[in-house]
Design a protein around this ligand. Structure first.
Ligand code: VGL
Length: 206
């Protein structure tokens, strides 16, 4: 009653071996966020709020990869170890996994270009669950986190990025800082994992 606020969901972006140190496209210190990401997951799971994990899930040949004209070394190829979620990521039972980057002709960085195994897109799944606010954690600040946050704002979600639970690639030094400014400029807010409890108490949890 009263408030028209819906629920919050957590998006855990691309915490896969290939994006962690030692992986094909390892984010420097990417593993440093794992405790924060797990903490965020725990807070959402305990409240019965949706936890969504995205994964890059590329075919072996895609224009996303250098060999085929793209920007990146091969990474997160379907079925390989590099594409698996890192074992340090503790996902709850019932976490929803969505996959992106399957189209060999397309670069897709946003979580909103990802699909469930049944082929449903992320936005429709979130809407069905009454979600109107997304918290974002994961990798990489300057690519998939950035694209997902901006896309979420455009689609009308309230967006809060967990700044201690993201890390950037910084192909060019400063890319992550620029990405943070861009996310803020469109209206994404930034917060810290330790503030989650308080923020979720204010939000209606259904
Ligand atoms: C990503 C670079 C290439 C990401 C994906 O997950 O941020 N970065 N593909």
């Amino acid at each position: 009653m009263g408030s028209e606020r819906g629920r919050a969901a957590l998006l855990v972006v691309d915490v896969q071996y290939d994006f962690l140190p030692g992986g094909a496209l390892g984010v420097p210190e990417g593993d440093a966020i794992l405790p924060k990401v797990n903490r965020a997951v725990e807070v959402f799971a305990r409240r019965g709020l949706p936890v969504v994990a995205t994964r890059d899930w590329h075919p072996p040949e895609t224009r996303h990869f250098k060999t085929y004209g793209g920007a990146w070394p091969a990474h997160c190829v379907q079925g390989t170890k590099g594409a698996r979620f890192h074992k340090g990521l503790k996902l709850p039972r019932g976490a929803l996994v969505v996959s992106k980057g399957m189209d060999p002709e397309e670069d897709s960085y946003s979580a909103f270009q990802a699909f469930t195994d049944q082929g449903r897109d992320l936005e429709s799944v979130l809407r069905e669950k009454g979600v109107d606010e997304v918290f974002i954690a994961g990798l990489a600040t300057d690519y998939c986190v950035r694209a997902s946050a901006i896309d979420a704002v455009k689609r009308g979600f309230r967006v809060r990025v967990l700044k201690d639970a993201i890390r950037g690639v910084d192909v060019k030094p400063g890319d992550s800082e620029i990405a943070v400014r861009e996310m803020r400029a469109v209206g994404a807010q930034f917060t810290e994992t330790r503030s989650l409890g308080g923020l979720l108490n204010i939000a209606k949890t259904k």
